[in-house]
Write a protein that binds this ligand. Sequence first.
Ligand code: HEC
Length: 236
Amino acid sequence: MGAPKMTQDNSSNATPGTESASGDLFNTAAGWVLFAAGLGLGLSILSGKFFHGDKPERPETMGYAIEVADEGGGAAEMTFAEALSLVTPEDGEKVFAKCAACHTIEQGGAAGVGPNLYGVMGTTIGTHAAGYAYSPALASKGGTWGFDEMNEWLNNPRGYVDGTKMGFAGLSSIEDRAAVTLYMNSMGSNLPVPEFVPEVAEVEAVAEGDVEAVEEAEQDAAAEVSEETEAAEAAE
Ligand code: HEC
């Protein structure tokens, strides 16, 4: 039994160089193929991660908009504070083209069909343009032009002030109303703009709650350990 085995061993020993060399060659080639494949895969994952080749910024924005729609039961029910957070006074300057037929807004601008609107935000409704003949309805409305009042007025002037002589149907887009209100505010008023607190804050609050829960759990665990240590020490 021993002898044939020795023979086989001898024969394999007789050609170690050849077999080993071809084996190494094969392994090296296979290694490079695997390496290349791995490199390719890695690069495609990396490029996907960093460049979003298939999905650029846009879907993230759309996802956010859908979130808003879900929360309010419809995009039209976005709060005015949120609309204000989405637009700029510059947007509003463009919207104001719809108002310019009847209103000037520069400081000291002349009255047209409607009163000059410089600094109107924050003033008592129907009073701020000295010498302008307001309708009795607007002049007796009372209250102050804040952001919410202006939103309601611009949404439906005749609905907000029954009997007003402002012959304007209103702006149906809440973002247009927000933008033009920001623009008016930037022209001589500068009231503090209502702060929009996005849902992210709530998410963070929940996360903070979790952190507290985790901390409590950790403290409990530490208390248990020290109790055990004390018990062990007492036993000694
Ligand atoms: C067709 C003319 C016309 C257009 C267009 C118009 N307004 Fe007026 N606006 C008036 C008139 C007239 C009054 C005075 C109403 C009254 O006395 O009842 C008025 C009053 C106002 C007031 C109240 C001013 C105050 O001193 O209380 C505001 C604010 C206002 N308009 C904003 C706007 C904005 C913003 C737009 C554009 C989105 C606009 N208006 C478009 C004619 C117009």
